[in-house]
Write a protein that binds this ligand. Structure first.
Ligand code: GLN
Ligand code: ZN
Length: 772
C-alpha cells in the first residue's frame, strides 16, 4: 500500500549522556587512542541509528553524524584544506581535520560562525586556490556502514553546493562561477557513486534558499541542479530547505529534483500560501517539515493533523513525507532523564526522541484513524493546554504591564546631547575614560566556590564572604592599575543568561537539555516557559558591596533582554516580541533599584541582539524594532545623570552602528579584533554620535599587548572619533584570562591612555601657541 512516510533530517550527535563529547575530549587529551576513539564513536552512531529504527522512521538520515562539524566534513571531503594545515597531512587526516577545527602549535584554527540563525557554530571553509578533489565519498561510506550494521537503506545527507560555497570564504563574488564549475563535477561524482551503490534517496541541504535569494542566484541554482540530475538520473534528490519559507517558491519547486523539503513550522504561513496559490508539482515528493526541530515543546498533534490533512487535499498521501522542520541537531535527546522538572512542565516537552514518536503518532493516526491514536493525539493538545492554563503562564500583572507599554516608555527625558553635558559635570571623568567589560578571571577556586554553594556544601554566609573577598581583591587591583570606572567582576555568575534566568520568574533549567554548540562544546540553554517577572534584586548585593569599597564610579552589570531571549529556549504560545518585553520590564525594575541605591552607571549587555536577526532581510526591520524597544524600555526611566552603558561583541558591526545608535545608550563598548580595519573606515563610525569604547586589545589570547600597540590603536581611533566620545576598554569580558595576564594587559592599557592624554595635551598646547 502506498502510504504516508516519515523521514528525519538529522539526529543529535552528542549521545544521550554526552558520551560523544567525552570521547572527543579523551581523544584530544591523549587518554584514548585512535582505535578506542573509533569504537566510542561507533557506539554513539549506532545507538542514534537504533533509536531511529525503533521509531519506525522510513527515511533515516546518514552522514549527519560528524566528528566535529558537517561543514568541515564537506570541506575536507573536497580537499578544501587551508594552506597552513596542508603540510600536516603526513598520512594522518584525522589530526589534520581536528587541527583545522581547533588549531595546533603552529597555526590558528579556522574561524567558526553561527549556522544560520541557530546557536550551532560551523567551521568556515577557507578557499585559497586549492585544487578541489574528491578525497573521500563520506555519504557513501556512511551508507555502507549503516547497511552493513543494520541492513537498512538509509538516506545520505550532504550540504548542497550552493550553501557550501556561500558559507565559505576566501574568494571574490566574481570568482564564484568558476569555483562552482570546479565543485559541481565532484558533487556529480559523489551522486554517481551513490546511485551505483543502489541508494534510493539522497538529501541535499540548501538552507541558503530560506534567505533572500536574487534572480541571478536562482539561475545559478537552476544550473547546479540540472547538472546534478544529469549526472545521476536514477538517484532521487530530496532538496531540503529549512529555518524559514522559501521566497522563490515557483522556481524552486520546479528544479529538476525528485523531492522538495519545506519548513512548515518556521515558514508555515508563506509556504502554505505559496502551495495554495501555485500548487505542488505532480512529479515530486513533498518533505513536509511539520514538527519543530528547533524547539523543545511538544507539538499540538491535533492541530498538526489538521494541517497535514489539509495538505493531503493538494498532494496525495503517497507523495508526502512528514518530517521535522530541520535536523534535530538543535534539540536535546530525550526528556526521559528529566526527573526534576515539575509534571505540568515536563508533560509539555519533546526532545529529539519524542519528536520522532510524534511523527509516528501522526502517521498511524492519519492512516488508521483508530481510537487509540486519536486519544494519543488529544493527549498532546491537552498537555499543552494544561501548561497554558497554569499560573506560570497567567501572571495578569505581567500581561497588563506589557499591554500598557506606550511610546513614551521608549525614550529618556533628555536627549543624548543634554545628557552628555549633565553627565560630564556629574561624573568629572578624565578624557578617554578607561574601564573593563565586566568579568574578571574565573579561576578554579571561583568556579569551585559556586559549585559548593549550589550543592549545599557551603552556607550562604560562607559563599557570600568568598565572593566579597574576591570582589574586594579586584577593587584593589583596579585602583592600583588606575582604571577610571570600576566593575565588581561578576564572580557570582556562571553564565550571563543563566544567572538572570535563575533569579527571574518564568525560567526553568533542565538537567539534561544539552545541545551541541560546536565540536565537543555543549550548552544547556535556559527554558523560558512562563511569564517572566522580577522577583527580587539580582545584582544589587554585589554591586553595592563593591561600590562601598571605592570612591571611583562603579558600573552595575546586567544582561539585556534580546540576549536573554536569543540564548534561551522560548515558549511558543505567545510572540517572541512579548516575551522580550516581559524580560525588559523585569530588567527595568532592577535598573531602577540600582539607581535608587546610588549605582548610577549601569551596563546592559546585548551581545546577541544582532544574532536574532531573521534570515530574510525584509524581516529585519520588524525584529529590530521590538529588539531595540525592549532595550529602551529597560533603560529609559533613569535620571539624566545616570549613565547607561551597553556592550556587544563578535558580530558584524558594519551596517549595524545605526541600529546601535537607536539604543540611545550613553556609551557602548564593542569588540574590534574581528572587524578592526573595516570598522575604522566605515562612514557609519564617523557619524556615530554617542559615547563609544572601541576595544583596544583582543581578550582571546593570553598574550599581553604592549603599551605601544595599544597607543597605536587609540591613535587610530582618535583620528576618526571626537575626543569627548572615546572610551578605552578591552574587547570583551576577561573571565577566561589568568590574573597575571589581565593585570599586565590592563596596566599597559592605562599607561597607553595616560601617555596618549599627555601627548594630546602637548599637542593642544602647541596648537594654542601657534594660534597666538
Ligand atoms: N559583561 C560580560 C562579561 O564581561 C559580557 C560578556 C559578553 O559580552 N559576552 O563577561
Ligand atoms: Zn563581549
Amino acid at each position: 500500500m502506498n502510504s504516508l512516510k516519515t523521514s528525519n533530517l538529522g539526529y543529535p550527535r552528542i549521545g544521550e549522556n554526552r558520551e560523544w563529547k567525552k570521547a572527543l575530549e579523551q581523544f584530544w587529551s591523549g587518554k584514548i587512542d585512535e582505535n578506542q576513539f573509533e569504537q566510542l564513536t561507533d557506539n554513539v552512531l549506532y545507538s542514534n541509528l537504533q533509536k531511529q529504527i525503533d521509531s519506525d522512521i522510513d527515511y533515516i538520515p546518514l552522514n549527519d553524524f560528524s566528528l566535529y562539524d558537517h561543514m568541515l566534513d564537506t570541506a575536507t571531503m573536497f580537499g578544501v584544506i587551508p594552506d597552513r594545515f596542508a603540510s600536516e597531512e603526513d598520512g594522518n587526516t584525522l589530526s589534520q581535520y581536528f587541527s583545522i577545527a581547533r588549531g595546533n602549535s603552529k597555526a590558528v584554527a579556522s574561524e567558526m560562525t553561527k549556522w544560520f540563525n541557530t546557536n550551532y557554530h560551523y567551521i568556515i571553509p577557507e578557499f585559497n586556490n586549492q585544487k578541489f578533489q574528491l578525497v573521500e565519498n563520506k555519504p557513501l561510506k556512511a551508507f555502507r556502514k549503516a547497511k552493513e550494521k543494520f541492513g537498512i537503506n538509509g538516506k545520505p545527507v550532504i550540504v548542497g553546493p550552493y550553501t557550501f560555497i556561500k558559507l565559505s570564504k576566501g574568494y571574490n563574488e566574481k570568482d564564484l562561477p568558476s569555483l562552482l564549475l570546479q565543485l559541481i563535477p565532484l558533487y556529480q561524482q559523489v551522486l554517481k557513486e551513490l546511485q551505483n551503490e543502489g541508494v534510493e534517496w539522497v538529501q541535499i541541504d540548501e538552507p541558503i534558499l530560506a534567505t533572500s535569494i536574487t534572480n541571478d542566484e536562482l539561475k545559478t541554482i537552476q544550473y547546479i541542479y540540472e547538472q546534478l540530475h544529469e549526472a545521476a538520473p536514477s538517484l532521487n534528490i530530496m532538496l531540503q530547505t529549512y529555518f524559514d519559507s522559501i521566497n522563490e517558491y515557483q522556481a524552486i519547486v520546479s528544479l529538476p529534483v525528485q523531492g522538495i523539503g519545506l519548513d512548515f513550522v518556521h515558514g508555515f504561513n508563506k509556504n502554505l500560501e505559496n502551495m495554495q496559490s501555485y500548487g505542488f508539482p505532480e512529479d515530486k515528493i513533498l518533505g513536509l517539515g511539520i514538527i519543530d526541530g528547533r524547539n523543545i515543546w511538544k507539538a499540538d498533534l491535533m492541530k498538526k493533523k489538521d494541517i497535514i490533512n489539509h495538505i493531503l487535499e493538494k498532494v496525495p498521501t503517497e507523495r508526502v513525507w512528514i518530517q521535522p522542520s530541520c535536523s534535530l541537531l538543535h534539540v536535546p535527546i530525550t526528556t526521559r532523564n528529566e526527573t526534576k522538572l515539575d509534571e505540568t512542565f515536563k508533560n509539555a516537552l519533546a526532545y529529539a526522541e519524542e519528536k520522532l514518536q510524534e511523527l509516528q503518532l501522526l502517521k498511524t493516526s492519519i492512516e488508521y484513524n483508530s481510537t487509540d491514536s486519536k486519544e494519543a493525539l488529544e493527549k498532546t493538545s491537552r498537555d499543552l493546554q494544561i501548561l497554558n492554563m497554569s499560573p506560570a503562564r497567567n501572571n495578569s500583572e505581567v500581561h497588563l504591564a506589557v499591554q500598557n507599554i506606550s511610546q513614551k516608555d521608549f525614550s529618556r527625558t533628555e536627549s543624548f546631547e543634554q545628557r552628555k553635558s549633565i553627565q560630564q559635570d556629574f561624573w568629572q571623568l578624565p578624557d578617554y575614560p578607561t574601564t573593563t567589560i565586566g568579568s574578571f578571571p574565573q579561576t578554579l577556586e571561583v568556579r569551585k566556590a559556586r559549585r559548593q554553594f549550589k550543592n549545599g556544601e557551603w552556607s550562604d554566609k560562607q559563599y557570600t564572604s568568598f565572593i566579597e573577598a574576591e570582589i574586594s581583591k579586584w577593587i584593589t587591583i583596579q585602583e592600583e592599575i588606575g582604571l577610571d570606572v570600576l566593575v565588581h567582576g561578576e564572580f557570582e555568575r556562571n553564565d550571563m543568561v543563566e544567572y538572570f534566568g535563575e533569579k527571574l520568574a518564568g525560567f526553568a533549567f533542565s538537567s539534561n537539555g544539552w545541545v551541541q554548540s560546536y565540536g565537543s562544546r555543549c550548552v544547556k540553554p535556559p527554558i523560558i516557559y512562563g511569564d517572566v517577572a522580577f522577583v527580587e534584586p539580582m545584582t544589587l548585593k554585589e554591586s553595592l558591596y563593591a561600590k562601598g569599597l571605592t570612591n571611583k564610579p562603579m558600573k552595575g552589570m546586567l544582561t539585556g533582554p534580546a540576549t536573554i531571549l536569543n540564548w534561551s529556549f522560548v515558549r511558543d504560545d505567545i510572540s517572541r516580541e512579548d516575551v522580550c518585553y516581559q524580560i525588559a520590564l523585569a530588567l527595568k525594575e532592577e535598573i531602577e533599584i540600582l539607581e535608587k541605591n546610588d549605582i548610577k552607571m549601569i551596563q546592559v549587555d546585548e551581545p546577541a541582539l544582532r544574532e536574532g536577526l531573521p534570515l530574510k532581510k525584509e524581516e529585519w526591520q520588524e525584529y529590530l524594532e521590538w529588539g531595540v524597544q525592549s532595550f529602551l524600555l529597560a533603560t529609559s526611566s533613569v535620571e539624566a545623570t545616570t549613565q547607561i552603558h551597553t556592550h556587544m561583541c563578535y558580530c558584524d558591526f558594519n551596517n549595524f552602528l545605526d541600529v546601535i545608535s537607536k539604543l540611545d545608550a550613553d556609551i557602548i563598548s564593542i569588540e574590534t579584533s574581528r572587524s578592526h580595519g573595516e570598522l575604522l573606515q566605515s562612514s557609519q563610525l564617523k557619524s556615530y554620535d554617542k559615547g563609544l569604547g572601541l576595544g583596544v586589545y583582543d581578550i582571546h589570547s593570553p598574550r599581553v599587548p604592549s603599551v605601544e600597540e595599544i597607543s597605536d590603536v587609540i591613535q587610530k581611533y582618535s583620528t576618526v572619533l571626537p575626543k569627548d566620545l572615546i572610551w578605552i576598554n578591552p574587547d570583551c569580558g576577561l573571565k577566561t584570562r589568568k590574573e597575571e595576564e589581565t593585570v599586565a594587559a590592563l596596566k599597559n592599557m592605562v599607561q597607553a591612555t595616560e601617555y596618549f592624554r599627555k601627548s594630546n595635551d602637548q599637542m593642544n598646547l602647541a596648537n594654542t601657541i601657534t594660534e597666538r
